[in-house]
Unconditional design. Sequence first.
Length: 179
Amino acid sequence: MFYISEVTNQAPAEFKTPLQEQVYRTLQQFAEPFERVDTAPAITMEDCIRIDEQLNMRTVKTLLLCNRQQTKFYLYITTAGKPFVTKDLSSAMGIPRVSFASVDLLQNVLGTDVGAATVFGVLLDATQKVEVVIDKAVMAEEWYGCSDGTTTSYMKVRTSWVINDFLTYAKHTPTIIEI
């Protein structure tokens, strides 16, 4: 059975990664309210549905993509249920085809493991080599559900805060697209 904790609005007692610690320090700095749950690693769609139900929101899908030369990076954020087709993203952005970043690149660029990619990973992107690309459908959601940079903790914060305040703070202006 999939483990999921009760909802809390407190940071973890111990941080598992430097990124996770930065996430909660940033939320505290902004006095931004959040709710979160601890979980077993979420592997199946059913696991994600249980997380969404527990937090009363919908988790976004966050993908780190790159060009063939691995010199341009795109953090693509869309709704969980929307299928991802590289050709559609490339067409909407007017760029050559992209592919999924490798496990090593995910760790080096965003500081996360597979399954934990999060918008908060741009906190580690001091040189702004990652372009944040957000599907317009995400903007319609009141709540932004995502990982806190680990595979075992998921949170919800206001979408408007992520888009208008957090990304500005992290010096990343999002590109909004509609696919």
